[in-house]
Design a protein around this ligand. Structure first.
Ligand SMILES: [Zn+2]
Length: 109
């Protein structure tokens, strides 16, 4: 009794099942990286190579991100003016409250 060993192979491109006969007859091809292509897809990939994929892009090695330092003075000024605004607002609120309180006291007399 013989056991037939059937190697199941599928096209890398379209998942079409490729049999050993197709490979041996040259209809289907096996690529260098062990990928199988069926007879339909083979012509599409036969003359392409993954070589170009591995070539690093010219700009890739260079650091393209530039950190622009914020001028220290401007942020300090902004911080200071915001603090000043808060103080002015609090001062105005207190003044308004005191004025209202005085007005209420005068009106109730
Ligand atoms: Zn295919």
């Amino acid at each position: 009794m013989r056991i037939a060993v059937v190697e199941l192979m599928y096209c890398h491109n379209c998942n079409f099942q490729v049999n050993a006969d197709d490979l041996s007859s040259g209809v289907a091809i096996r690529l260098a990286d062990n990928k199988i292509l069926c007879g339909k897809c083979a012509p599409l990939f036969q003359h392409t190579t993954s070589f170009f994929v591995t070539v690093p892009l010219p700009g890739e090695a260079q650091n393209t991100t530039h950190i622009v330092p914020m001028p220290a003075g401007s942020t300090e000024d902004e911080e200071w003016s915001r603090d000043k605004k808060v103080r002015v607002l609090v001062g105005a609120a207190v003044l308004l409250f005191v004025t209202a309180a005085i007005a209420i006291v005068l009106l109730l007399k």
